[in-house]
Design a protein around this ligand. Structure first.
Ligand code: HAM
Length: 394
C-alpha cells in the first residue's frame, strides 16, 4: 500500500515531506482545536527537559503547515504539494481498527483555492484505496462554509441546540458556546437523535461557498466518482472551511472511516502565515489493511535455491546472493532442511521457481530450474536461469 501510495503521489506531483514525531503541543491546540476530542482527550502531552510542552503528533496536517511556514515556502509562491507516511498517536480506547499508534498516508496541497484541487485530492485518495484492492467504499462530502457564512448558521444552530439542551451529554454542553459545530460531531446516539433536525450548514452557504461546492460536485461527476452529500458531516477537527469529505467501508463495522480530509483555507494564517488556501486528506493504513485482500504474492521470493546435500549448501547460499545482485528476489535454507523439506518451504513461501543444486550441477555448472507451478524442469547456465526467471516462457 505504501508503494502504491508513493507511485500515485509521483503521478499526481506530490513530494514527500517528513516531519518529527512530536511538536509543540500548542500547535495542535491552536489548529486541530481546543474543543476537539483529539486535543482534549487523545493527545499524548509531555514536558521535555527544557520545560517545553510537547505532543506526540495526533494528526499530520498542522506539522506540515508548521514546516511550510518555518521554511518560508510561502515566500516562494505557487502551489506546494506534499505527501507523508508516518505514525500518529491518539489516546483512544483501543479496539479493532482503533489504535493508540496508527499510520497515516496523507497529502497536503498548499497554495490554491481552486475546487479542482479538492477534486484532485479526492481523486488521489480514491485511487489509493481502489488500487490497494479495496472495494465497496463510499465517499461522503459536505461543505461547512467559511467565516463569511458560518456566523448565521451558528446563530440558527445555537437557537436549535437550546431547545434540545436537556438531551445532550456533558461534553456537548461544555462545547456549545465555544464551538456548536462540535456538538454535531458527537458520537453519542442520544445526542445524534436530539440533533437530527438541526439546521444544516448547506442552507446557509454564501455565494462563493455555494459555487465552490457545486464545482466540487461537478468535478467529481466528470471524473466518474459517485458520492453522497452528507449535510451532517462536520469532521472532528476545527480548521476546515468549505469542503469536507470522508471515505468509509461498511465492512469495517464501528471504525468504518478509511480516510478523511477537506479544505483548510485559514490554517496557515491562523499560525502566523499569510492567507493561504489549502486542502488535503489522511488515510489510516491499518484500517486499509483490515479490509484489503492480502497480497502475499508480491512479497514472495521469486526463487528458492535448494541444496541437495550438505556439500552444496554454500553453493546454494552464494547462488542466492548472485541472483539478488541481478535484481531477483531469492531465498535459501538456513535450517539444514533436507531437499524435500526445502522444496516444501519453497512452495509455502509462494516461490515461482526452485533452483536445485546437487553434485552433478556443481560439476557441470548447469543448474536445475524447476517451475513450481507446472513442475517443468530444465538445466540451465546461471545466465540462462536469470533470463528464464525474468522472462518465463510458460
Ligand atoms: P482523521 O479523520 O482524524 O483526519 O484521520 C484520518 C484517518 O486516520 C481516519 O480516516 C482513520 O482511517 C485513521 N485513524 C484515525 N484515528 C485512528 C486510530 N486511533 N486508529 C487507527 N486509525 C485511525 C486527520 O487526521 C486529518 N489530518 C486529515 C487531513 C489531512 N485533513 C486535511 N489534510
Amino acid at each position: 500500500m505504501e508503494r502504491t501510495f508513493r507511485r500515485l503521489c509521483a503521478l499526481y506531483g506530490y513530494r514527500e515531506i517528513r516531519t518529527p514525531a512530536f511538536e509543540q503541543a500548542d500547535l495542535f491546540v491552536r489548529t486541530t482545536g481546543p474543543t476537539t476530542d483529539i486535543v482534549t482527550k487523545e493527545m499524548y502531552v509531555f514536558q521535555d527537559r527544557g520545560g517545553r510542552q510537547l505532543a506526540l503528533r495526533p494528526e499530520g496536517t498542522p506539522p506540515v503547515v508548521r514546516a511550510y511556514l518555518q521554511h518560508g515556502l510561502f515566500g516562494k509562491g505557487g502551489l506546494w504539494k506534499f505527501y507523508y507516511i508516518g505514525p500518529i498517536f491518539r489516546y483512544e480506547r483501543p479496539q479493532a481498527g482503533r489504535y493508540r499508534q496508527h499510520t497515516q498516508l496523507g497529502v497536503e496541497a498548499i497554495g490554491s483555492p481552486s475546487p479542482r484541487l479538492d477534486v484532485e485530492v479526492i481523486d488521489l485518495n480514491l485511487a489509493l484505496l481502489s488500487q490497494s484492492g479495496l472495494q465497496d467504499i463510499s465517499l461522503e462530502i459536505n461543505s461547512i462554509g467559511c467565516p463569511e457564512c458560518r456566523p448565521s448558521h451558528r446563530v440558527a444552530l445555537l437557537d436549535y441546540i437550546r431547545t434540545v439542551e436537556d438531551q445532550l451529554c456533558a461534553d456537548c454542553l461544555s462545547r456549545i458556546e465555544a464551538n456548536p459545530l462540535r456538538v454535531l460531531d458527537c458520537k453519542q446516539q442520544s445526542c445524534r437523535d436530539a440533533l437530527s433536525a438541526a439546521p444544516e450548514m448547506l442552507s446557509f452557504l454564501c455565494e462563493e461557498c455555494g459555487a465552490h461546492f457545486e464545482a466540487l460536485q461537478n468535478g467529481l461527476s466528470e471524473l466518474g466518482h459517485p458520492y453522497q452529500v452528507q449535510p451532517r458531516l462536520v469532521r472532528g477537527l476545527d480548521y476546515y472551511t468549505r469542503t469536507v469529505f470522508e471515505v468509509s467501508s461498511p465492512s469495517l463495522g464501528a471504525q468504518k472511516q478509511l480516510s478523511g480530509g477537506g479544505r483548510y483555507d485559514r490554517l496557515v494564517e491562523d499560525i502566523g502565515g499569510p492567507p493561504t488556501p489549502a486542502v488535503g486528506f489522511g488515510a489510516g493504513l491499518e484500517r486499509m489493511a483490515l479490509v484489503s485482500p492480502a497480497s502475499a504474492d508480491e512479497q514472495a521470493p521469486r526463487v528458492f535455491v535448494a541444496a541437495a546435500a550438505d556439500g552444496q549448501r554454500n553453493a546454494a547460499f552464494l547462488t542466492a546472493a548472485q541472483l539478488r545482485k541481478r535484481g531477483i528476489a531469492a531465498e535459501t535454507d538456513y535450517l539444514d532442511r533436507n531437499l524435500a523439506n526445502q522444496l516444501k518451504q519453497a512452495s509455502k513461501l509462494g516461490c515461482s521457481f526452485a533452483l536445485l543444486i546437487g553434485e552433478e550441477e556443481m560439476a557441470s555448472g548447469l543448474l536445475t530450474l524447476r517451475n513450481m507451478k507446472t513442475g517443468d524442469q530444465s538445466r540451465l547456465s546461471f545466465d540462462g536461469i536469470v533470463e528464464e526467471v525474468l522472462n518465463p516462457k510458460s
